[in-house]
Design a binder for this molecule. Structure first.
Ligand SMILES: [Zn+2]
Length: 213
């Protein structure tokens, strides 16, 4: 095998993440299109639960789309991969179970370029599902920003308009969510959490020892 071919077959993991309305799916589609122009065999997946726009397509907010296979679990992706596939793109990857990490590792070790797009944080600002792990093992992470609906600044947070439902997964669109900057993202942790946090800092400061240089 020539050195060129060997390097060509090196697998990799790319993560595109950010809040809602930040263009994650658009960026995924842009990378997929470039691979299609280069005539590389590519397969695209998305979780079956995300049926906001179309069951068998990945559609961005700006209505760009590519054909995608909906799957019920991470392992279903492995079952559907063809030997000739060189690139695997997965949208809304935050909705998958923890097995997605093994699946992504397996694919990249097999020489596949894996492109993942997903929400890095939920509406409470907590890391979303398998995203922290995937971002850690990725060769490349791109954080994209939306625009704050309140002030127009770059937005890295997702604001849930209704507080009626506190489930982490509540699939919706502009009816339920807005992008916000940190200043205008009005999610407040409980006071009890804040108190516990400040007590912890005091305890840590009390036990600090000086370091001699
Ligand atoms: Zn703002």
């Amino acid at each position: 095998m020539s050195p060129y071919l060997a390097s060509f077959m090196t697998g990799s993991v790319e993560v595109v993440c950010g809040p809602m309305f930040s263009g994650k799916t658009e960026e995924l589609i842009r990378r997929v299109r470039r691979a299609q122009i280069a005539k590389q065999k590519i397969q695209i997946f998305k979780p079956a639960l995300d049926d906001r726009y179309h069951e068998t397509k990945v559609v961005s907010h700006s209505s760009q789309s590519v054909a995608a296979t909906p799957v019920n679990s991470a392992v279903d992706i492995l079952k559907r991969i063809y030997d000739s596939t060189r690139i695997v793109a997965i949208d809304e990857v935050q909705f998958f179970d923890e097995n997605i990490i093994k699946v992504v590792n397996k694919l990249s070790r097999r020489g596949v370029r894996v492109i993942l797009a997903g929400l890095d944080q939920d509406y409470k600002g907590e890391p979303f599902g398998p995203m922290p792990h995937l971002m850690a093992i990725a060769d490349d992470v791109t954080k994209v920003k939306a625009v704050c609906t309140s002030c127009g600044a770059p937005a890295s947070k997702t604001h849930r308009k209704s507080t009626d439902n506190s489930d982490q997964v509540l699939v919706g669109e502009a009816d339920l969510y807005e992008a916000r900057c940190t200043a205008h993202w009005d999610y407040q942790p409980d006071d009890e959490d804040l108190l516990a946090f400040s007590t912890n800092i005091e305890a840590q400061e009390g036990s600090m020892t000086e370091v001699q240089i």
